[in-house]
Structure formats: structure tokens, C-alpha cells
Design a binder for this molecule. Structure first.
Ligand code: GYE
Length: 370
């Protein structure tokens, strides 16, 4: 039996504004060809291959068959996200999970969704790699009467009724928190705002996390008069972050702030900075390069934040498993889940100068890492 639950069409379109694309540097593109070895997800071997969907009967009763198209395994955040969903959607909780890794390719994700439709799963969960290009396959799922729940990133669907709901983070707010930290910190040490020469190592271009975080940075650059020298993708990986950083250091010897759109890129950037004989840190006047980052999952990145090698990390919370399970249960009971539900997130720093940040009239405490 399908979980048919087609909700009212009264919610306003919440599509995020697509920020302008990164200026591409031939040099950077040219040296970006090497492939990041995917961080191994704990249980990718248990993917949908060979599993029988639609046969979720157990002694305990009918299980809900959930097909989950994960976008890949590019970062520690992604591994934690997959793990959170795998550990919650288990038979003991009434679920049979079919997990498909899209390996960063939308075509793979579309194929996985079509397979889930053929297998007549009860619910489809989708973590989309980028925002555009989902209308056709989401319409196919809708026609088949299978509800689609978005997790993590969003889609820019022409009709918001093509998906039931979304669970994730406010990426633009994360960007605003990190940049506000930079503003308040540099103001506190009386470092001139127009002397901040910033490069942005972006995430996967066209992904919600990249769009929102890049938007947060651009707004702050406009507001505070920072010099945004270059934006280029590090694809959310350590290897690409390192490569891109090495090129940026050659191109812009006076850069002094690196905005990394995730911690894995920050780890790569730190390697490149140190290899170039420079130092990551908070002492801008002393020539150190200040790094801002996102996620707060990777222990090494958190350690670096304690030491000041990463100045501030805006947390991104990957624990979506329980919320996803709850939303699926709500749909099953014929209830309408919140269209957009946001996870709670903190701001981490090893520097105690800035204790709170005010963003859009809301005050956020900065969690001191000790
Ligand atoms: O920040 C990054 C990952 O979409 C929020 O994707 C996610 C981002 C996360 O690869 O580490």
C-alpha cells in the first residue's frame, strides 16, 4: 500500500536565490583534475543492490520501505549524515532502507529514484547533489503516488508540491554567522576592514550549501567593504581544497582570509598554507592567514579550531535520521509535516574574544572549544 498524502498547495516558494557563479581561473581548473578518493561510508556495502523492496513483512508487521538516494561520500559530514539515516531507518524501528550512493552525479541519483519507483517503495528520501534539474523525476514519483522527502540540500522545483517536505540547515545563516564572527573579531583587534583580502573555496557549485554559504559571504563583503579576491570550487573535499589553495596562494600573495565552505576543504587549505611556508591563525597583523569553515564534524578540524588554525567553524548538523523517521511516520498517519524543518546549529571557536554574535537581530552564543 502506498503512503498517499498529497498536501495542500498553500506554502510559499522557498527557493533560495542562486548566487552568481564563481569566476573560473583556467589555472585552477587545470590543476583540479585529480579525483578525491571518497571517504568510505561505514556501510555502503549494504546498498540497494540485491535487496528486495516491497517485501518488508516481518514478524513485527509491515515495514515501511524507504529508498534513500544519498548524493555521495565526499566529506566527513556526508559520512555522518549517511550514518545517521542508516542507524535510524532500521527494521527494529519499522523500516527497510534501500541506500543508493549517487557518487556526486545527478544522473545516478535520477536512476536510483527511478529504480525505487519501479520497486514500489513506500517513501523516497533524496539528498540532491545540486538544486536544478529534478522536475521530471519528481513528477514521476508523484505520479506513482510515492512521497519524496528532501534531506540536507534543496531542489529548485517548479512546483513545491513535487516534494512533501525538506529537512536541513539554513546555509545562508551559517555563512552570516561565520562572517559576522570575522567582522566582530577584526573590529575587536582594530584590523581595518578594507585590509581583509578574502578568497572563497566553495563547495559543489549549484548545491544549496554552496549557494547559501557563498551568498552569506558576498553580503558581508558588500556590507563591510572586504576585498573578495576570488571564488573557486574545492568540491567539499580535502584534496581539492589543498590544490585550489596552493593555486590561490601563488595568484594572490596578499590574501589573508580563507573562507572554506566545509572543514575538509579547510584541512586541505591548511596543508597548502603550511607547505607554502605561511601560517594559519588569528594574528592578521603578524601575517597569519585567518580561516573560516563549516561543519564541525571532523575531530582534526575541531582540534585546529581550538588551536586557532581555524578561527571559527559554523556548525552544520548532519543528524537527520531521527527527523526523517519522524516525518515518514507523520506522513503514514496522514498528518502534514512542516514543509521546511531546520536543525539546530552552533558556532565554534577556540578564541574567547567574541562571546556572542548578532545576525538578523538574533543573538547566537559562540561555543568556546577548550
Ligand atoms: O557542509 C559538506 C558536505 O550539504 C550540508 O555537504 C552539506 C554539505 C556539508 O559535503 O561537508
Amino acid at each position: 500500500m502506498k503512503l498517499l498524502n498529497l498536501f495542500d498547495k498553500h506554502l510559499s516558494k522557498g527557493a533560495m536565490v542562486i548566487a552568481t557563479a564563481a569566476v573560473s581561473i583556467f589555472l585552477l581548473t587545470a590543476c583540479s583534475a585529480s579525483k578525491e578518493p571518497a571517504l568510505q561510508d561505514a556501510s555502503t556495502e549494504e546498498d540497494a543492490e540485491g535487496q528486495q523492496a516491497g517485501s518488508g513483512d516481518t514478524a513485527a508487521g509491515k515495514q515501511l520501505v524507504v529508498g534513500f538516494s544519498q548524493l555521495g561520500a565526499e566529506s566527513d559530514w556526508r559520512s555522518a549524515h549517511s550514518q545517521s539515516i542508516r542507524s535510524e531507518l532500521i527494521p527494529e524501528n519499522g523500516f527497510q532502507l534501500l541506500f543508493e550512493d549517487g557518487q556526486q552525479k545527478q544522473a545516478n541519483q535520477i536512476m536510483a529514484i527511478r529504480t525505487f519507483i519501479q520497486r514500489e517503495v513506500d517513501v523516497i528520501a533524496l539528498a540532491p547533489v545540486t538544486e536544478s534539474g529534478w522536475d521530471s523525476v519528481l513528477s514521476e514519483a508523484k505520479e506513482a503516488g510515492i512521497p519524496v522527502i528532501l534531506v540536507d540540500r534543496r531542489v529548485d522545483a517548479s512546483d513545491e508540491d513535487l516534494f512533501e517536505c525538506w529537512i536541513g540547515s539554513d546555509f545562508e545563516l551559517e555563512g552570516k554567522k561565520a562572517t559576522e564572527w570575522l567582522h566582530q573579531y577584526t573590529a575587536s583587534i582594530e584590523y581595518p576592514q578594507d585590509q581583509l583580502h578574502v578568497v572563497n573555496i566553495q563547495g559543489t557549485i549549484g548545491s544549496s550549501a554552496q549557494i547559501g554559504r557563498s551568498k552569506g559571504l558576498r553580503q558581508a563583503c558588500d556590507k563591510y567593504g572586504w576585498d573578495l579576491m576570488q571564488e573557486v570550487s574545492g568540491e567539499f573535499t580535502q584534496t581539492k581544497g589543498r590544490e585550489v589553495m596552493a593555486s590561490l596562494l601563488r595568484l594572490y600573495p596578499n590574501l589573508n582570509v580563507v573562507y572554506c565552505e566545509n572543514d575538509n576543504e579547510a584541512l586541505g587549505a591548511i596543508e597548502a598554507i603550511e607547505a607554502a611556508g605561511k601560517e594559519p591563525g588569528l594574528d592578521l597583523a603578524g601575517g597569519q592567514i585567518l580561516i573560516l569553515s563549516f561543519d564541525g564534524m571532523n575531530p582534526e578540524a575541531l582540534q585546529y579550531a581550538k588551536e586557532g588554525k581555524i578561527a571559527c567553524i559554523a556548525e552544520c548538523n548532519p543528524q537527520h535520521g531521527k527527523r526523517l523517521a519522524d516525518v515518514i511516520r507523520q506522513i503514514k498517519e496522514g498528518k502534514q509535516p512542516e514543509k521546511y524543518s531546520y536543525v539546530e546549529e552552533e558556532i565554534f571557536s577556540g578564541c574567547d574574544t567574541i562571546k556572542t554574535l548578532t545576525v538578523d537581530d538574533t543573538e547566537y552564543p559562540v561555543t568556546l572549544l577548550k
